[in-house]
Every structure is written in C-alpha cells, then in structure tokens.
Design a protein around this ligand. Structure first.
Ligand SMILES: Cc1ncc(C[n+]2csc(CCOP(=O)(O)OP(=O)(O)O)c2C)c(N)n1
Ligand SMILES: [Mg+2]
Length: 359
C-alpha cells in the first residue's frame, strides 16, 4: 500500500483527517474498540510527559526530552509491531518504550540518571536508549541481518529524528540494508527541528522519505499526527520485511510541542504562530473527533482516561523515586559485560578519589 504514495510527487499517506473524518477505503484492520484503546494510550503518554516536565522542574528528575505532539507517531507505530520484533530507540521514544513493555518506573529511573532503568525485562525486545544521534540504525540493520540469516520471522525498527538523517552512520545503515535486503524499518520522526536547526537547514531534499529511493527501497511520507496512517504504514513495512522484501523507510511528519529537552528554550528559535498552527493538528484532538462521532468519546471518557493515566504515572514515579540511588561504579559497569582494563583503571581511580574526599 505504501508504494502508492510517491514522496517525489509530494504524496503523503493520511487516513484520519484533522477534523476526525476517516478515509474508509484506507481504514486499517483495527476495531473502534482498539482505536479507543490506542487513544487511551496516547492520553497516558501526554499525561506522562506533562508530569515528567513537572518532576524535572521540581529537581526530582534529570534532563528529559518531551514527546508531546508525537504521540501518534509513537503509539501508531508501536501498535503495528509484533511481540518479537526488536526496537532500537533514540532518546525521544519514551512512548514507544512504554508501549513495548518497558516499565514506566524504569523509563523514569533512566532519566533520573540510573542505568538500572536500561535493564529491560527479558521478554521485552527493546535496545538501550541511544543518545548519540543516528548511531543505532546500524545496530538495527545488523540485528535484522542476523535474524534473516537465522531464519527468524521478525523485523527490527530504528527510531530516529530528522536531524539524525544528516549523520554518516544513518547513510551507512540505509546502504547496507538496501544491499543485504535486511528486514528493517527505518522510522524517522520528522518533528521539524534538531534542537534549534530547522528541517530546511537539515537537507535540501524535498522530503526525507525520498532518500530511501537512492538506496533501492521504498520510502513513504505519512501524516505523523495521524495514528492510523502511522499504524498502516508500519504494518505494511513489517509485512514487507517478514515476506523477504527488505527494508522500508517511513517519514512521520510531526511536530514537538515542547522544548527539545528540559534544558532548551524553543522561543529562541521558533515563532509562537508556528506552534499554534501545529497545535491545530494535535493528534489527540483528531482522535477525540473521530471517537466522538462513534459514541466512544466524551468529556466523561476523557476524565476517566486522564484519571487512569495520572494513577499509572504517579505509581511509576513513586517506585522510581524510592529505588536506591545508583552506586558510583555503575557509570563504568553499564557498557560491557566485563570491565575493560582502561575502564577498570578509571573506576579504581574515581573510587579512590571519592574515598579521599570523604576522609
Ligand atoms: C552524535 C551526536 N551529535 C550531537 C548530539 C547533540 N544532540 C542531541 S539531540 C540533537 C538533535 C537531534 O535532532 P533529531 O535527530 O531531529 O531528533 P529530535 O531531537 O528532534 O527528536 C543533537 C544535535 C548528540 N547527542 N550526538
Ligand atoms: Mg527532530
């Protein structure tokens, strides 16, 4: 289905319009009940994000990268994955982590500075958060290649931003995936900015999706604020991957409502008017409009979902806050299974320094 939308012609996949109208001919195989569940999850992500900002401002959590505005991209794609598919996230995929089964407590722990938060339960197929921009698509391609060689019926998905597409690693990953036909989904959340650098200064390409064409596989632009379009494109990409057709590139066109991280002030580089225009395309609003028309959303439903979300977030944060603070040596011990001689030397040196300071 995605091949019907040519990024070179500016064609973008959209199924749920901002006014809540559904493109029936493109409707994915989701019941209205499931769509309501998807909306409920998006509310949890919105509430989680708002609370996380508050916790950071109260000094109870470290730097945090918000996801508000990108809930459709994260929830829509998560819903389309299989249980055994591997996710390779960047730092802004809090919503994906949660929906793929990483306990919210661990997500918070990570942003509190504890590597314990990166230790996912054994049945959760999520790699650690990659803060170095654009490095992990290579890992996703490598893992997909391994799965292909071993005959495993899974795909891998790498999440990254528009800015990451300027990194060399990204292009190496795309090239390798195209040549070796790896079952990989490249999922780009184009939120229009890489910190303060706008999309138009990132690439001279008309779309980011069209970059896939040069590497010999399909790329599709989807309305990233439309969870149904994101779901349908990801599901299609997954089916292609599992049937041996190789990689797919998805550009989810979206916008981050908040700052890049809690350390950023977006008013320095973007106009309020731009933000207001994008707020009209808020992914939660169009879901409310659609579900409202089906009798599955009203103020009562909204309040119920919000209260449930508050309870989930409060409990997770309480658990994270009551976990013991990380040992100083955790910073050295969290990368390799066994310490390298250089890391061991650095760790011993640091522990001796701390001991000296105490005495
Ligand atoms: C290799 C590398 N260079 C620079 C940075 C600093 N940095 C962190 S996030 C970011 C921008 C990323 O933008 P984008 O890929 O669009 O993702 P977004 O933050 O918008 O989700 C930069 C430059 C980094 N973390 N890693
Ligand atoms: Mg970006």
């Amino acid at each position: 289905m995605i091949e019907k939308f040519d990024p070179l012609k500016g064609e973008m996949l959209r199924i749920l319009h901002p006014d809540g109208r559904l493109e029936e001919s493109l409707r994915p195989d989701l019941s209205d009940g499931t769509i309501q569940g998807l909306y409920r999850d998006m509310v949890i992500l919105r509430v989680m994000d708002q609370r996380a900002l508050g916790f950071q401002r109260q000094g109870r959590m470290g730097t945090y990268p918000p996801v508000s505005g990108q809930e459709a991209a994260q929830a829509g794609s998560s819903y389309a994955l299989g249980k055994d598919d591997w996710v390779f996230p960047s730092f802004r995929e809090t919503g994906v982590l949660y929906l793929r089964g990483v306990p919210l407590k661990d997500v918070f722990l990570y942003w509190m500075g504890s590597e314990e938060g990166q230790k996912v339960p054994p049945d959760v197929k999520v790699f650690p958060v990659a803060v170095p921009v654009g490095t992990h698509p290579l890992h996703a391609v490598g893992a997909a290649w391994a799965a292909k060689l071993q005959g495993e019926k899974i795909c891998t998905i790498a999440y990254f931003g528009d800015g990451a597409t300027s990194e060399g690693d990204f292009h190496e990953a795309m090239n390798f995936a195209g040549v070796f036909q790896t079952p990989t989904i490249f999922f780009c959340q184009n939120n229009q900015y890489a910190i303060s650098v706008p999309r138009k200064k990132q690439t001279a390409s008309k779309t980011i999706a069209q970059k896939a064409i040069a590497y010999g596989f399909p790329g599709v632009q989807v309305d990233g604020n439309d969870p149904l379009a994101v779901y349908a494109a990801t599901k299609d990409a997954r089916e292609r991957a599992l049937s041996g057709l190789g990689p797919t590139f998805i550009e989810a066109v979206t916008y981050r409502f908040g700052p890049h991280t809690t350390a950023d002030d977006p008013t320095k580089y973007r106009e309020d008017a731009e933000l207001e225009e994008w707020k009209k395309l808020d992914p939660l609003l169009r879901m409310q409009r659609y579900l409202g028309g089906q009798g599955l959303w009203n103020e009562g439903v909204e309040n119920k979902f919000k209260a449930e979300a508050e309870a989930i977030v409060s409990q997770a944060f309480q658990e994270a806050e009551s976990a013991p603070p990380p040992e100083p040596e955790a910073i050295f011990k969290s990368t390799f299974a066994e310490l390298t001689p250089t890391l061991k030397e650095q760790m011993d040196d640091y522990l001796a320094f701390l001991k000296d300071k105490e005495s």
